[in-house]
Unconditional design. Structure first.
Length: 339
């Protein structure tokens, strides 16, 4: 036999019909165990590899689920992907990850490619849920779930997210309880919905404590990276000592870790001189030089829930009610805030 073994070769080797081999591949529960074992042995003997492209043409979709996200350097997304991958594996699907790097054009290119491949579904963490290509996918039979989203509208797609306003309020209320009255928020860009919501929570905490808005210093960064946190730290240290904030809430843990590095490099003591609270509670937060107080998001559960919503929609075949699942954050107090 020249070339790779085909389904007819397997049928001949096992002494069964081509239809039986097809059932073993696609509907194994219809085949008697002893027959299924004989066919599987024949596949192993011949080195048979299923032609997934041909199956995809017949079925109209693949066994690939895509996760499009904005920042490959952020461990938050790796943890979300791990939860999604586990749920996909349980349904015999594979997860592929596409890093848009926060670039809307790159995100559109990925979505176009995934549409061409007729993927099983798309989970996406995006700052622009109004993109033309994204909104076209459900109408073309590809389920979409927004991940880490504040999008509560369920008319177009399912979404999972965290109550970020409550998270921001938790962080700053904690700093106020520690006695701080001059507080900074470092994070950005300002247009990112999750950061906007966290800042809304900051203002709520100030209002609840009867602190005027001018007690808050907002330092916007171009990204939520360690480098952006270091830049924010330099900005903070450049403020007059008499009015400089004594506590900082950061848009995420990477920013907080960069801030911690910069403050330490200039001899500022954390939390004695400046207290810090981050967001996400990534694994690095607890192992930082000064263990980081952080607002914990259920990262693994976000991914797992997103995948389950997507799989449920793909199985519903048009008879599906979209859901918005929102989780509540939790404050994890460590040394960086005086805990």
């Amino acid at each position: 036999m020249s070339g790779p073994a085909g389904i007819k070769d397997v049928a001949a080797h096992a002494g069964v019909s081509v239809g039986t081999v097809s059932n073993v591949l696609n509907r194994p529960h219809l085949v008697r165990p002893e027959t299924r074992e004989r066919v599987e042995t024949a596949m192993a003997d011949l080195g048979f590899v299923r032609n997934e492209s041909a199956r995809q043409l017949r079925a109209g979709s693949s066994r690939i689920v895509a996760f499009v996200f904005t920042d490959t350097s952020n461990p938050f997304f790796a943890d979300v992907a791990r939860g999604a991958e586990e749920a996909c594996r349980e349904s015999d699907l594979a997860l592929v990850m596409c890093n848009s790097d926060g670039d809307p054009a790159r995100e559109e290119d990925y979505l176009s490619l995934l549409l061409e491949q007729r993927v099983h579904g798309v989970m996406i963490a995006t700052s622009d849920a109004g993109g033309t290509r994204l909104r076209s996918l459900p109408g073309l039979g590809i389920p979409v779930v927004l991940v880490d989203s504040g999008e509560s509208s369920t008319s177009v797609w399912c979404s999972v997210g965290v109550n970020d306003a409550a998270g921001g309020e938790l962080a700053v209320a904690h700093l106020i309880e520690r006695g701080h009255r001059r507080i900074a928020f470092i994070g950005g860009p300002a247009g990112v919905p999750q950061l906007r919501d966290r800042l809304t929570g900051v203002h709520r905490a100030l209002e609840s404590a009867d602190l005027p808005p001018d007690r808050l210093t907002t330092i916007e960064t171009p990204a939520t990276t360690v480098g952006a946190g270091r830049d924010g730290g330099r900005h903070l240290l450049g403020l007059p000592a008499s009015t400089r904030p004594t506590a900082v809430f950061c848009g995420n843990d990477l920013v907080a870790l960069g801030l911690l590095q910069e403050l330490t490099r200039h001899g500022a003591r954390v939390p004695d001189d400046v207290a810090i609270v981050g967001y996400d509670d990534i694994d690095f937060a607890a192992s930082a030089a000064v263990p980081l107080t952080s607002v914990r998001q259920p990262r693994y559960l976000l991914g797992r829930t997103a995948a389950r919503l997507l799989l449920r929609e793909s199985e519903a075949r048009g008879h599906h009610r979209h859901e918005y699942v929102r989780f509540e954050p939790e404050l994890v107090v460590r040394q960086s805030s005086g805990g």
